[in-house]
Write a new protein. Structure first.
Length: 203
């Protein structure tokens, strides 16, 4: 059943990409692919198909990037799911995200502009960030989900300090985007992004 669903789902997504690309000028368009099922499948060791999940992910990266016109910006969000602002599976470290990012960058049929990786609020330790030393990002920008609303600038900077020991240059973001948040918190959250970025540039 899953194989049949995937065979229908991917072509439908690519048709949507083609339709969007026809309607929006390439220089105004950015597409981000959410890599969640692949992450969760490997993290939980619950293979959904007989095909090796790494080999299947590599093939998917090739297929879903090929139709995107080169001027369009392309990124990947590596995701452990979100249920009430909690991961469905808590990552032990960035090892799985780094390996998936390397796979995506190696098998994408075009330029990848960014990769976004999650960082839980309670992880500011070397063990979590150490796998970043194995990242083969090249010219791709890396964004780390260091920003958590409830511990603000100082909590974010503490996590950033640990990350800097293994990755000299990166952008900052929330752990899982700006979705599913009360609208009233967005101005404060975006202000937090600016303050953190300014502090990191000065440091």
């Amino acid at each position: 059943m899953i194989a049949s669903w995937s065979a229908r789902h991917t072509p439908a997504l690519l048709r949507e990409v083609a339709a969007i690309s026809r309607e929006i000028p390439a220089e105004d368009l950015a597409i981000q692919w959410d890599v969640c099922i692949e992450i969760l499948e490997i993290a939980t060791n619950a293979s959904l198909l007989t095909v090796d999940p790494w080999a299947r992910a590599a093939a998917q990266f090739e297929r879903i990037t090929q139709p995107i016109p080169p001027p369009v910006l392309l990124g990947y969000h590596l995701c452990y799911g979100d249920l009430g602002h909690r991961h469905l599976v808590e990552p032990d470290s960035l090892a799985l995200s780094v390996r998936m990012a390397n796979l995506a960058l190696a098998h994408s049929r075009r330029r990848v502009d960014w990769v976004h990786m999650p960082v839980p609020v309670n992880r500011g330790d070397d063990a979590y960030f150490a796998p970043l030393k194995d990242l083969n990002a090249g010219a791709t920008d890396i964004f780390l989900g260091l920003i958590h609303h409830h511990d603000g600038v100082e909590g974010t900077l503490a996590r950033a300090q640990a990350a800097h020991r293994y990755l000299p240059h990166f952008g900052v973001a929330t752990e899982c985007g700006l979705g599913r948040r009360p609208a009233a918190t967005l101005v404060e959250l975006l202000t937090l992004h600016r303050e953190v970025a300014e502090r990191l540039v000065r440091s």
